[in-house]
Write a new protein. Structure first.
Ligand code: BGC
Length: 426
């Protein structure tokens, strides 16, 4: 899926007060931002956890609108005097068929979200309708964007050579800056109504939301297939199910249970006492990381962890032979390393596309955000080393650019505000 975003990276001259509403995988966030020449002067924010099992779109959008209203009430002083229109940048981190910078229909839910009645609808209209019910028509979405697009736009202030935005969090995706003439999905009319800086008027560009989570060309294992069968969108989002934080614990669970069933591990215990390992699906990526990095001589922490997810929690953790605990640690590590390497291959191939089809670049920056990238110990290092290796082995033209991979934070929210600012400036 390659989705035009109807925006380009900002020029750096945008100023004003903007609201960013960031609806992603796990959290809903509101940010009020004052910008001056693209520099954030002031900012307040608040977030809440959103349950992916929210059953209907009505409840979902009413929750988002109520949260916005409460947030604005709390921060009235930030808005004094109240503007006639408060421009909103709305980050909606799901596949959206964008029809303009401020409108787009949900193609499908990902990351196991279920809310009914939203697919095929314009998510900006749904939000405006709920805001209108609360007499908040003056709060108006002027820019709708994906979190990858927000990440890329927010990073360009600090990293002017940024061309790629990547999210490695609950879900996974990337966007990149493409030459307008190469975007066949948009005609010239679309090109002229899109936003881009004046310096680029001659060679217009637009950011493309790749929705790379849907790529299915990487080799998969029977365990990947099992995870796929357990999910709502079977057969879709295959790359996302191999790399992102929503699915890595599922993959670990499936692999552990297979190893137990086959008698490769934990056969010191009665299989009935083990039951289905992590039956209640409580395993988190944080715990996977802890086991992966347990370097103590007897691996006590890892042992306790293995028992914690067995049916019978009174099993003796010291009965597990050390080599099995080491094997389990290696299994977890392999699953995480594969995620980082697949992401690195995808990033490097995208770099190759940009440098072999676009202008000559001396430097190119990849901006990455997301909990897996930032919080999982060792992930960043593995990813950076793998991008390095891949870039060296791929054909990158006669003078390959210097590639920088940088972590950015808050991009999905800040970027939305910056894109909103670009729209207002036009
Ligand atoms: C969504 C993308 C989003 C990514 C990261 C995926 O599940 O389809 O739109 O960018 O998650 O949040």
């Amino acid at each position: 899926m390659m989705i035009p975003s109807f925006t380009d990276t900002p020029s750096g001259n945008e100023s004003g007060v903007f609201l960013a509403v960031d609806f992603g995988g796990t959290n809903l966030r509101c940010l009020l931002i004052k910008t001056e020449l693209n520099t954030i002067r002031n900012k307040v924010q608040r977030s809440m956890v959103l349950d992916p099992k929210i059953p209907t779109g009505e409840i979902l959008f009413s929750t988002i609108a109520s949260f916005i209203v409460e947030f604005l009430e709390e921060n009235k002083s930030f808005l004094e005097p109240r503007p006639e229109v408060l421009p909103v940048g709305f980050t909606f981190s799901f596949p959206i068929q964008q029809t303009s910078i401020a409108s787009g229909k949900l193609i499908m839910w990902t990351k196991e979200f279920v809310a009914s009645g939203v697919v095929g609808k314009d998510v900006v209209e749904l939000l405006h309708a709920e805001l209108a019910k609360r007499k908040y028509e003056w709060v108006k979405v002027v820019a709708l964007c994906n979190d990858t697009v927000g990440t890329l736009c927010a990073s360009t202030t600090e990293h002017p050579t940024a061309k790629i935005g990547v999210i490695l969090g609950t879900g996974s995706n990337a966007c990149y800056q493409e030459r307008m003439e190469a975007i066949t999905k948009i005609n010239q009319e679309g090109a002229s109504s899109s936003s881009s800086s004046s310096s680029e008027a001659a060679s217009k560009k637009m950011i493309i939301n790749m929705e790379w989570g849907g790529y299915d060309g990487f080799p998969s294992t029977p365990e990947d297939d099992e995870v796929n069968h357990m999910t709502r969108k079977q057969g879709q989002q295959r790359l996302e199910k191999m790399v992102s934080g929503r699915y890595l614990p599922m993959l670990v669970r499936v692999c552990m249970n297979k190893c137990i069933r086959c008698g490769w591990i934990l056969n010191c215990f009665d299989q009935e006492k083990i039951g289905v390992w992590d039956k209640n699906e409580e395993l988190s990526l944080i715990e996977i990381g802890k086991v992966e990095h347990d370097r103590s001589p007897n691996m006590d922490m890892a042992r306790s962890f293995i028992i914690r997810f067995c049916e019978d929690k009174s099993l003796d953790k010291n009965a597990i032979p050390l080599h099995e605990v080491v094997l389990i640690r290696s299994l977890f590590h392999a699953i995480v390393v594969r995620s980082a390497r697949y992401a690195a291959v995808a990033i490097s191939t995208l770099i190759q596309h940009i440098v072999t089809t676009g202008e000559q670049l001396e430097e190119l920056t990849v901006a990455i955000d997301g909990s897996v990238y930032h919080k999982h110990i060792g992930y960043k290092e593995e990813l950076h080393a793998s991008v390095d290796k891949c870039c060296k082995s791929l054909m990158m033209g006669p003078t390959p650019p210097e590639v920088h991979v940088v972590g950015t934070q808050d991009g999905s929210g800040l970027g939305a505000a910056i894109i909103a600012a670009v729209q207002v400036a036009h």
